[in-house]
Structures are given as C-alpha cells and as structure tokens.
Design a protein around this ligand. Structure first.
Ligand code: HSE
Length: 404
C-alpha cells in the first residue's frame, strides 16, 4: 500500500527511516506492506535517498488515488491543517504527531475522517513513543479515569534532570535538548509549558469526551525554577517536575501544567531525562503507569508508523475499526481555577516569618536557606492561597504533589 509523508524534518525523516528499516517486520505484524510513494517538503535534500520520492507540491499526494495513508509531521496549524483536511476529504487516513493541530482542530478533523470513511490518528501527539492514547481510549474502556498525573514534555524534563543531577545551567541543558532533537522549533513552547498544555488538552478532551481547550489548561512553565528550588527539593527528599495534572470530579474536569515537587516515593520521581510518563488512576484498575521516550526522532516515528499500520489494516480489510471521534466540539465543564487544590512550598524573607505564620494557619517549617523562612502549606484551593499571600512578599512558591 502506498503511503506519503508530509514534512521531512526530525520526525518525518524518522518515519521514513522506520518505514524502510522495519519494512519486513511491519508487513509481518500488520499484514500489509507500506511503500513510501511521496515525501513533501519545501526543501531539497541533495544526496539523501528521499530525493527519489521528494515533492514540493501537496497535490501530488492528494491527487494520487493509490496513496491511502498519510503521515502529517509538519507541525503548526497553518498548512498542516489545510493539507490534513484535504487528505481526509480525499478519503486518506492521516496519522500525526502534531499536538498543536490535534488540540486545536482535533474534533473537527475526526468528524471529517468519520464522514469520509477514513481515520485521523494521533498516538504520537502525546508522550512521543509511549503508547498512551490508544490504551486510554480502548484498553481502559471499563474504567472511569479519575485522574492522570503526567510528565509530558521531554525537553523540560531533560533540563530539570540535568540542572538537578549535574548542576548544568538552564541554557546549557536547553541547547543539549535542542541538539538531541527533543525541543520544538521555538523552544519557548517547551520551556513555558505550552507544549505540555496542548498534550494535556488532548488527554483531558479524551477523558471527558468533550472539548477541553488550551485556554482551559492553567499553564506555568519552568523558567522561574531556580537552583534554590532544587536545594529545597533535596531537603524534602523530592525532585522538581513539570507535571500535567488532570482530575475529573462528577461531570467536571480540571487541568493544569506547572512545576511541582514530587517526592522520592512517587513513581514520577524516577522519570529522568527525555523520558515521559503518565500515572493513570482508574476507578476499577487502580493506578497504572505508562513510561518511555517522550520525544526524539525514532520514538516519535515509532508511534506515527504504528498508527499508519493500523490505518492501512482498515484499508486492506484486515480490521473493521472505524473512526469514532474521541471528543465532540461541545465544551467540557471546567472547574474554575480558584477551586483547584494543592499544597505548596512557600519561601519568604526571614523578616516576614511572623506575617507568614499569621497568614497561613497550618504550616510545616522547612529548614531554610540563609535569610529565608520556608514552609509547606496544607492542601488549599488557589483562591484561599491567593488571599493568604496577598500581603506577603513571596520569594517563590512551588506546588507539591505529596498526597495520594
Ligand atoms: N518538544 C517536545 C518535547 C517534543 O520535548 O516533549 C515531543 O512532543
């Protein structure tokens, strides 16, 4: 079966490589052989084997009736959206790693796929190479998923790990992540939490079956995390992680991305470097953990290729699976941010100790760095926290995930 790839960047070249190097194994396992007929990119790649199938014109793909499955690995919501829509409307299944597009137009694109008898699949959009979306959509059909606590961005996890374990500076760690092909084209999307926010919006929409937009995900990045935070983390036998936290209560959902202190006894503590993980709690299964490489050329390509093989099996009549939109365009009911609950590690100047003790009734002192007073608050809502700190000069606040 002929397939095409839109984009020959880090992930696109990985998809091309995996389709070629694992050709026989894919054929044996999926029952269908995948042949790359076209690769779309604006650039030329002199001397690269891709030259023989390279095109600069998307029409070569859309108008080729033999191409049944397309990988969209361009990124962004401009041309990627237009080309995905055109491919689906032409009855071609599209498999993507493009979290921005899935988070923004996912329900519309799944509906178009359903109407045209093809599929829109996006396993690679969350958690890189970790099979996560398919399990929560199918293997956990029997469960009401109560919460998901996840590390969803490889770049920031790599930076936090390097800063914590090797004392590397922020910029040094970031450029290492860029060299390894983990970071977004604009790494601000990683550092400020926007990439994890998009992935969180996708997972939350799947859990709720209704649209959770990026605006519904409270997002804080890691740019304000300092060496002092790592020092306090060590005192508390904890690490600093950029967590995605999704909770479902009754028929409402809360979703946030922010740096958290995670204790050594928490499964997410051991998730280091580019690894991602998701701790899923179902009301029947209890806690389960998904773990693996969250970014990078071949892990992400692995997830795209798995989706392509899945889509190809349907075209070949080897599977009856039809597209069912994972969520509708109806907005999910979102819990207001003031009601989100967590405990925090708060740092104030030593001179503000009395004021801090007055503002927070329940505090647990933490051995401070020089000139500071530091304490853990009890679990409280964001609204109550904001009120308590309104008259205080906070040096920093970091939420903690120490509770069950
Ligand atoms: N920039 C992303 C990350 C790539 O670092 O996780 C994978 O989505």
């Amino acid at each position: 079966m002929k397939v095409a790839i839109l984009g020959y960047g880090t992930v696109g070249s990985g998809v091309y490589e995996v389709l070629n190097s694992n050709k026989e194994i894919i054929k044996r396992k999926a029952g269908v052989s995948l042949e790359v007929a076209h690769v779309l990119d604006l650039r030329d790649f002199p001397g690269d084997p891709v030259e023989s199938v390279l095109t600069h014109d998307v029409a070569d793909i859309i108008n080729d009736p033999e191409v049944k499955v397309v990988a969209e690995v361009m990124g962004g919501v401009g041309a990627a959206y237009k080309f995905t829509k055109a491919a689906l409307e032409a009855g071609k299944s599209v498999c993507t790693s493009n979290k921005e597009l899935v988070a923004t137009h996912g329900s519309e694109l799944m509906k178009i796929a359903q109407e045209h008898g093809c599929r829109y699949l996006f396993e690679a959009s969350v958690g890189g190479g970790i099979p996560l979306i398919r399990p929560i959509m199918t293997a956990l059909h029997g469960d009401d998923i109560v919460h998901m606590k996840s590390i969803l961005n490889g770049t920031t996890n790599y930076i936090l790990t390097r800063m914590s374990e090797s004392g590397a500076g922020f910029n040094e760690a970031l450029s290492e992540a860029q060299q390894k092909g983990y970071a977004e084209a604009d790494p601000t999307a990683d550092v400020e939490g926007h990439d994890a926010m998009r992935k969180t919006a996708i997972l939350a929409s799947i859990l709720e079956g209704k649209a959770v937009s990026c605006e519904n995900v409270h997002t804080e990045g890691i740019s304000s995390v300092t060496m002092a935070d790592f020092k306090y983390a060590r005192k508390l036998h904890a690490g600093v992680k950029l967590l995605s936290v999704i909770k479902r209560e009754n028929d409402m959902i809360s979703a946030m991305v922010a740096p958290f202190l995670v204790r050594e006894d928490n499964e997410l503590f051991g998730v280091k470097g580019v690894k991602n993980a998701s701790l899923v709690r179902g009301n029947a299964v209890g806690d389960i953990m998904f773990y693996g490489s969250g970014a990078g050329k071949l892990p992400t390509a692995s997830a795209v290729v798995a989706d392509m093989a899945d889509a190809a099996r349907c075209v070949a009549g080897l599977s009856e699976t039809k597209q069912v939109p994972a969520w509708t365009e109806e907005p999910a009911k979102v819990i207001p941010f003031e009601l989100y609950e967590s405990a925090s590690l708060v740092r104030v100047a030593a001179a503000d100790e009395q004021a801090a003790r007055k503002a927070f009734k329940e505090i647990k002192e933490v051995a401070p760095l020089e000139g500071e007073f530091a304490f853990l608050t009890g679990v409280m809502t964001e609204g109550v926290y904001e009120k308590a700190v309104s008259g205080l000069n906070i040096i920093s606040r970091i939420r903690v995930d120490f509770t069950e």
